[in-house]
Design a protein around this ligand. Structure first.
Ligand code: FMN
Length: 222
């Protein structure tokens, strides 16, 4: 072995190669494809604080890389029934193709805290996603959660946990936000005011993290 190559240099080069591979820095055709992040706002009140906070997360996701495309689906005012033996034709039918889009790369789900739990609209949405478990349509994609409450400790972390747990059933990869929003976005919504800077910052950190993970997985062809 060339004595000029020290152990430290060798390990450094190996580490750099591993990192380049992990972030997909070797250019491939997949590198140029769009990666779509869908945001689902699950408050029955259209365009209110849940939708605004999810949009904040989506904006941060989009800022990560030009390949990231985002779309907000505000369930407020839509008619979405929960699971039943024969689900009725309702507004979920228009959402389903967006989840099956080959460009789909990740999900951000936002729900208000209702009695320390997710809204019934959120539950209905998740239940109607049941056909996406087999074939594994949502599997191996990141999911981040935005939770809102009119109290600072109004159950936001419980809401995050409930949604993350449900999405594990789909094989999705729950991610939190970049530091210090480790678990996800926790937003205080007082009197319809979404000016909770601290909380909205967690939404930005969540959106960025979902986009980063989505890009890494897309680079691996997942
Ligand atoms: C039925 C109901 C139950 C609620 N329970 C809680 C709660 O347990 N904790 C909390 O912080 N806020 C609670 N809230 C307040 C909502 O979480 C809060 O207003 C939320 O931001 C509404 O989202 P929106 O502005 O997108 O509609 C509740 C509101 C309703 C209507």
């Amino acid at each position: 072995m060339n004595k000029q190559i020290t152990r430290r240099k060798f390990l450094g080069a190996a580490g750099a190669a591993a990192l380049a591979s992990a972030v997909g820095s070797t250019a491939t055709a997949a590198d140029n494809k769009p990666v779509k992040i869908l945001g689902i706002a699950c408050s029955p009140r259209k365009g209110m604080t849940t939708a605004k906070a999810v949009q904040t997360a989506l904006d941060a996701a989009k800022a990560v890389n030009p390949r990231i495309e985002v779309e907000l689906i505000d369930l407020g005012g839509l008619n979405i029934a929960g699971h039943s033996a024969k689900p009725p034709a309702d507004d979920f039918d228009a959402i389903l193709p967006k989840l099956k889009d080959p460009a789909f790369g990740g999900l951000i789900i936002g729900s208000p805290s209702y009695f320390r739990g997710i809204s019934s609209l959120c539950k209905a949405f998740i239940e109607r996603c049941a056909p996406l478990r087999e074939p594994r349509t949502l599997a191996d994609k990141p999911v981040g959660v935005v939770a809102l409450g009119s109290f600072r400790n109004g159950g936001q972390e419980l809401v995050i946990e409930q949604i993350q747990t449900a999405m594990l059933c789909f094989g999705m990869i729950p991610v939190g936000g970049n530091s210090p929003a480790y678990q996800g976005a926790t937003v205080l919504s007082t009197k319809d005011d979404s000016g909770d800077e601290l909380g909205l910052d967690t939404a930005k950190k969540l959106g960025a993290r979902v986009a980063e993970v989505a890009l890494r997985l897309a680079a691996k062809g997942v």
